[in-house]
Design a protein around this ligand. Sequence first.
Ligand code: UD1
Ligand code: CA
Length: 457
Amino acid sequence: MTIATVILAAGYGTRMKSILPKVLHPLAGRPLVEWVVATGEFITDRRPVVVVGHGKEDVQSLLGERVQYAEQKELLGTGHAVMQAEPFLRGTSDQVVVLYADMPLLRESTLQNLLGLYRDHQSKDNLALAMLTIVRDDPQGFGRVIRDENGQIQAIVEEVDCTPEQKRIRELNPGIYCFNSTWLWENLPRLQVSAKGEYYLTDMIEIATSQNRQVVGMQAPPEEVYGINDRTHLSAASHVLRHRINEKHMRDGVTIIDPASTYIDITVKIGQDTVIQPGCHLQGNTTIGTGCEIGPNSQIVESNIGDDCRIIYSVLEHARMDRASEIGPYGHLRKGAHLGERVHMGNFGEVKNSYLGPDTKMGHFSYVGDATVGQNVNLSAGVITCNFDGKNKNHTELADDVFLGSNTLLVAPVALGVGARTGAGSVVTRDVPANTLVYGVPARAPVNKIKPDSDSE
Ligand code: UD1
Ligand code: CA
């Protein structure tokens, strides 16, 4: 059986009160529509058709080639939206699964169950569709499921069109259907425009029953059926997704001390035996190795962290830390910062667009920008690269085993050779040869070359 999916994402989302289209609002690191696309991808290899309208360029630039796009030029309802997918899908699949883009909590297993229900009934050649329903006391404005005296689904009535008696019905329409595709494309044109001026997809159920076609339903877990219409819904759904993500990591061997204060985007990967302390935000395409200690209170964005690293009260953006390096408390790695193995960065340090080689130490309130730092370099308290001259960003080069005294200022562009040293408070304006001590303002090397330790000269 071949399955095609259609995801309806053209609506205005007026109640979000936002310039950003509703389906692009992020939850746990992924826009609303992408959650639904990802769920759809579990049931078929075929690219889903996403019906776009309001904010279509933004949706297209988000999803790119991952899906196909059908444009709904006028927003005339969910039935009309599905009509736009017909040219892409008619005659290409046995079933068409329709999903609404504002339902991020639906699980893949529930969708699989719906397909199973369809399969169980498809031998009866009059099956028109299988659908999910939920039973819930708070109807949240959902359409009501009307059944006949034999318990067969007869129709769905939108809340605005309900009689007072129908309004009391607690079986609701989540808006997730698996249609017999031949029947769908044949009968979609029969939809009549509603009092609201819309073509309701939900009227397909009544069309089916009027033809003595069968409609079968099964109950979905109510907590998976949650439509996002405003920002209170957005935060409630984020909460659920966040807990699902945390639980998955814990089951995979990550310790999360306080899941309630841990915010991990769906895109983040974390290795076994890493411990996440309270108050951490792990975002974007971040990867964290095994055996790390993260937090408390750290934010890591789009960064790669090796095994056995420690990050305490720090902020990292587009940065990289190699195995067993550490930062914090109160460190800041900005774009292009790269700490080599076993680098130690202590409190109040900032590194931007720079590499610090293995075993280098930068213990206390320093700034390193646009620099290449070798192995085993010591940056004492208050070392600063003066990388910006008002026009250009200039480069600093520190070779292996350089030792910088406290408060050394490196006026870039400048390079220090292997084993060079500076005195406290030096302002280094010129390159320093290997194994040379300089000090003062501006820093000079008036007398001596550093003598090797085992000096025989
Ligand atoms: C719909 C159902 C209702 C169900 C509820 C569940 C209909 C007529 N009603 O109502 O029975 O209980 O969902 O959440 O289907 N969309 C388009 N083009 C349009 C209109 C909507 O693409 O012209 C998209 C929206 O972007 C959204 C989805 O379809 O993703 C659902 O539309 P929405 O307006 O939220 O429908 P509801 O009023 O919630
Ligand atoms: Ca809705």
